[in-house]
Design a protein around this ligand. Structure first.
Ligand code: HEC
Length: 216
């Protein structure tokens, strides 16, 4: 958004920091110094379960420590200076809430007791993977401009079309999606078939419920 974003080396960080410090950064947007993390999108992880946070922490501590220079140090000098200036300017103008101010706007999960386990699992996946861009409640109303569409569009997808979107980044319209295309090919291509099916079960149910409510 502002220029080069300097993200830390997670394999080194997980070894250096305790589990509670790691959890505060991941789910609450609080850094190891106790200050807010300006660009860490913790709102996407606020509903992550304790078990999954623990699994991530264990995995990162077991993975080989990468010795690549942090991303911020690899960016061209001009971008670093410009990015630094833009952030300082924003903070000086009072725009210092950044990511942590959004955490309590993420709605609670509502389908975890659903009798259909696919819907419960799909809600968990969507609310920890898709609400990063598609709005905190997946309905396309994120507080920043140019956000991604309301996910009730899934109501118009067949399971095959949805699987293709998740595997190849290609929508049912056949159009090239400048953002969703690379995101699907870079991230969601790694999901299992069951995870894709669970997500479809949840999103098509969400779409059905939303339409029912609108036509009531
Ligand atoms: C990093 C941001 C980002 C994430 C994460 C993301 N999306 Fe998207 N998505 C977009 C954007 C932006 C668009 C609008 C098209 C574009 O610009 O690529 C979009 C479009 C879509 C569309 C509409 C495609 C069409 O038919 O036009 C669907 C469906 C969709 N996303 C589903 C998902 C699902 C399901 C997830 C979670 C598993 C997800 N997206 C996660 C950014 C994202």
């Amino acid at each position: 958004m502002f220029g080069a974003v300097a993200t830390p080396n997670l394999t080194a960080l997980a070894r250096a920091q305790s589990a509670p410090v790691f959890e505060a950064a991941l789910r609450q947007g609080i850094g190891h110094t106790g200050r807010a993390l300006y660009s860490m999108p913790s709102y996407n992880f606020v509903r992550m379960t304790n078990a999954d946070v623990a699994a991530l922490y264990a995995y990162l501590r077991s993975a080989p420590v990468s010795d690549a220079a942090p991303q911020g140090e690899r960016a061209p000098l001009f971008e670093r200076i410009a990015g630094d200036f833009m952030v300082r300017l924003a903070i000086a103008r009072g725009e210092d809430g950044a990511m942590p101010k959004w955490l309590d706007q993420v709605p609670p999960l509502t389908q975890q007791e659903n009798t259909d386990p696919r819907i419960a699992r799909g809600e968990y996946l969507a609310m920890t993977s898709c609400n990063e861009c598609h709005g905190f409640d997946l309905r396309g109303n994120a507080p920043w401009p140019g956000s991604a569409p309301d996910l009730i569009v899934i109501g118009a997808y067949t399971p095959e079309q949805f699987t293709r979107l998740m595997r190849e980044g290609a929508p049912s319209s056949g159009a090239e999606l400048p953002m969703m295309g690379p995101v699907a090919r870079g991230r969601f291509v790694h999901w299992s078939d069951d995870e894709v099916a669970d997500l479809y079960a949840y999103l098509s149910d969400m779409s059905r419920r939303a339409i029912e409510q609108d036509t009531r």
